[in-house]
Design a protein around this ligand. Structure first.
Ligand SMILES: Cc1cc2nc3c(=O)[nH]c(=O)nc-3n(C[C@H](O)[C@H](O)[C@H](O)COP(=O)(O)OP(=O)(O)OC[C@H]3O[C@@H](n4cnc5c(N)ncnc54)[C@H](O)[C@@H]3O)c2cc1C
Length: 382
């Protein structure tokens, strides 16, 4: 971040919250990251602790156990992780799952699940993507067939963030074989000891090594009809669409925080590295390339701040959210490439932050809707 720039959405309370988030991340995440990367997931006990200390569901109303804040609080906790290259906690999908419940659930559903999500006793995940379909959500095949007071669910989901740890799954299913998008619904699954629910292995990814991304299987899983989100079949697609700006801005927050973290790290590195009788920073090429990257990161920050304010006010339109996700995630690749280049061979070593960030960042152009899908959304408004 530019030294004299202050995001217009920050205030005194948020500064106190940021200091607490920063201390929490340093004390509870940084020392565990290498171990988490090896085991490919965070500890459940960490999630419980994050809940206990008030870092989960910060933008869910207090009456449902949340922090009573807004998207700015989510952004602060997100930024403190991502600028340090910590990509393992699926805070984003946890919060999205909570928002689906808040915005589309019945009051009984909100009362039942949100307090447990806020305390970290239920780790959330959302499962849309299947082996046969990702971008084309209308082609989802996982089937929920009603039998009396239950749905019987069969199918599988792929690339699910928090898949290994999740205890409350927002599962997108087909409740009407003939219905196209109108045949989709979201059913909430409490996955602990749920017969027929199986978590596949944690997938080996290019980056985000401490994040538990999994395949999930459903073999005659029985769920009470009361777990249908909102209590009305066929609303799934509309429910998903209405919360996309929130999810896409989260990726913008990740992307900009990573740019800023990577730039700070790289500037410090090149200032300390001697070459040809001076520091790397004294070479004009280094200064120009980093100045370009800084300009990119700052422009991204200003647009992101505009989007954060609008999400917090509940009025970000889908085209702007798509622009935010598209532009920041694409630019992130360029900025990280520059930062890695400035590190020379060290930048290619996994123990260096820049190397990890480079690998972590690639998927920002793919998940939460690919760059191509973002361009489709933007083009619709032309
Ligand atoms: C690390 C990770 C975490 C993820 N987490 C989750 C999660 O928690 N929950 C979840 O449900 N999913 C998750 N996903 C899945 C992710 O959202 C999908 O991978 C993504 O939406 C793309 O779908 P796909 O992989 O099937 O690719 P496809 O849809 O097959 O796309 C392949 C290529 O074709 C392009 N393409 C497709 N359609 C069009 C079009 N109409 N016009 C132009 N180009 C097009 C795409 O842009 C892409 O370049 C995750 C994925 C990863 C890698």
């Amino acid at each position: 971040m530019m030294q004299d720039y202050q995001s217009p959405w920050m205030d005194e309370d948020l500064a106190i919250f940021r200091a607490a988030a920063s201390r929490f991340v340093e004390a509870e995440m940084v020392p565990n990251e290498d171990r988490w990367r090896k085991q490919q997931h965070l500890d459940k006990s960490f999630w419980r602790l994050a809940g206990k200390q008030g870092f989960l569901c910060t933008d869910i109303p207090e009456q449902y156990g949340g922090g009573g804040g807004d998207f700015r609080h989510e952004a602060v906790f997100f930024e403190e992780q991502w600028r340090r290259g910590l990509s393992g906690m699926g805070q984003g999908v946890h919060s999205i799952t909570a928002h689906y419940i808040l915005n589309h659930g019945t009051d009984a559903q909100r009362q039942r699940w949100l307090p447990q999500m806020a305390s970290g006793d239920l780790i959330g995940a959302i499962a849309m993507t299947e082996p046969g379909t990702g971008s084309d959500l209308k082609a989802i095949k996982t089937r929920a067939t009603r039998e009396g007071d239950e749905y019987v669910i069969n199918g599988s989901k792929l690339f699910i963030t928090n898949g290994y740890l999740c205890e409350l799954l927002a599962l997108v299913v087909r409740t009407d074989a003939a219905g196209g998008a109108r045949g989709l619904s979201i059913v909430m699954l409490e996955t602990r000891d749920l017969p027929g629910f199986k978590v596949g292995r944690i997938l080996d990814k290019m980056g985000q090594k401490s994040q538990d991304t999994c395949e999930l299987f459903f073999d005659n899983v029985r769920v009470p009809v009361a777990n249908l989100l909102g209590g009305e079949e066929g609303r799934g697609f509309a429910q998903l669409m209405s919360d996309l700006p929130y999810e896409r801005t989260q990726v913008g927050v990740q992307s900009v925080a990573m740019m800023e973290g990577a730039l700070a790290e790289t500037v410090a590195y090149v200032k300390g590295r001697a070459a040809f009788g001076a520091s790397l920073f004294d070479l004009q090429n280094t200064r120009f390339r980093l100045a370009e990257a800084q300009a990119t990161a700052h422009v991204a920050r200003v647009f992101l701040d505009h989007c954060i304010l609008n999400v917090a006010a509940g009025k970000l339109d889908s085209a702007s959210a798509a622009m935010c996700k598209y532009w920041t995630s694409e630019r992130l690749q360029q900025v990280l490439d520059t930062c890695l280049q400035m590190h020379g061979g060290y930048g290619y070593m996994d123990e260096y932050l820049i190397c990890r960030m480079y690998a972590d960042a690639r998927v920002a152009r793919i998940y939460a809707g690919t760059s191509e899908i973002m361009l489709e959304v933007i083009a619709r408004g032309l």
